[in-house]
Design a binder for this molecule. Sequence first.
Ligand SMILES: [Zn+2]
Length: 573
Amino acid sequence: MLISEIFIPTLKESPAEAVAMSHKLMIRSGMIRKLSSGLYTYFPIGLRIFRKVENIIREEMNKAGAQEFNPSILTPGELWQKTGRLETFGPVLIQIKDHSGHLNVLGPTHEEVFTEIVRIEISSYKQLPVNFYQIKTKIRDEIRPRYGVMRCREFTMKDAYSFDIDEKGLEETYKKMRQAYKNIFKRCGLNTIIVEEDMGAMGGTASEEFMVESEIGEATLVLCKKCGYAANLERAESLDKIESKKETPEALKEIDTPNQKTIEELTNFLKSSPDKFIKTIVYMADEKPVVVLIRGDLEINEIKLQNALKAVNLELADDVTIKKITKANVGFVGPVGLKNIPIYADHSIKTMSNAVTGANKNDKHIINVDLDRDFKVDEFIDIRTAKEDDLCIKCKSGLIFKKGIEVGHVFKLGYKYTKSMNVKFLDKDNKEKHPIMGCYGIGVDRTIAAVIEQSNDKDGIIWPITVAPFDVVMIVLTRDKKKYQDTTDSLYKGLNEKYEVLMDNREASPGFKFKDADLIGIPVKIILSDKNLAQDKIEVKMRKSGETMLVDKGKILPEIEKIIKEEYKKYEV
Ligand SMILES: [Zn+2]
């Protein structure tokens, strides 16, 4: 393609609001433009990249046995009422009344729609399993759209929904999808970290996220570089760096601590350190009060706690409930003397000795508290939030924290939707059963942005050849146009038959052309200059390595073929 045939409005500067590198470079390279907050238009060069990512996803999904659908984006409100998500989705759900007053929802995801399709179309085990997907526009009214296409209001997702006869079937489908995702990201040249999210307590479901390390990531990843342990901070397990030893217990003593409620206030008041305190929190787990203990320098991870307690709802108890149970106000609560209430403790409590805790009397604490002697714990559970100086649970090496962006998600969904929408099939044994679901999402726009976040330099984007808008850019710098016209034309023609070629033959300075080529990030540059052509040579330069070579004019086509083949090979699965 001649550069005059494609609209590529490159910019020297990026808009001030763009903070993410991918956002800046997508604007500057003419890939996208903003229409309004969280709304973007893909321009032709951006769309070429978009289509490549989309096709890689499509090929791998099809290869894994999934089938593509094209459902509507506008969806009936009743479906969302049935699953309760009309309420739980909150304000990001765009709801529209049509001319007859019916409520419609602009789909932010399509569990309801695909479950409805299966409810109507599938009635026998003979029709299962199925895995249906779409690659389509999704709409979410994000409160704070940012980072360009990374978090916007209209975006494209590949979302797949699998329906299996039983858990064993789901496990197989899940494994296939997981492998398909690995293939997709490898082919896109993206290094992902798979973060496990074991949600065992929530009904035997499990999920994994495909994360990309990035400074603008919203998730915190806890990683062990030694053994490969990776988890979201929300679920990460970890070990204390220093193993504390039990001291000889001293006599229990009540002390006055007027108005000293927080650990910080108390450490100052008692001239002690936070790890000497037993933090005591009262929670309501499914409307029943429980007492939870953790060492004072640690934070309770409420997701871990909720899973450990197998609670559907978990919230902090209110002041009235706390007073009723402990006879004291918040800040003066402790485990000593508490009766008729289950006490759960983090493992960090086990090795504490001569600890400080609330006395269950206002303005009083007790010191020299000893586990077993002074209070009993019903169950020890892991509920600590991992810290950066903690050690890996698997190999005891140091952990590191990194920010990450989620690009894909595989999720064993279970029966949530098939039960709430009453989807049933007749099994072999003539019994009606609910199919078990899995769902699998990849953000197309996010994947593109993540590739750029991972692969760029001061000059611009460095595309992996598999998703690059063109394989090759021909930069024509010859002044003596007539003399080298035949060479240029025949090279362009020869390349064009096999590859996607962009020919920059504009009347512009060499610097200008090089800047654009680097900004857009095309993997292979072929440079035609008077100087080299006079010696029957053509220069080839690689965008990523900066490596240059002078190739005999007569050997240029086979040489380029070899280079391009090698490039594609890097991303093969
Ligand atoms: Zn480790």
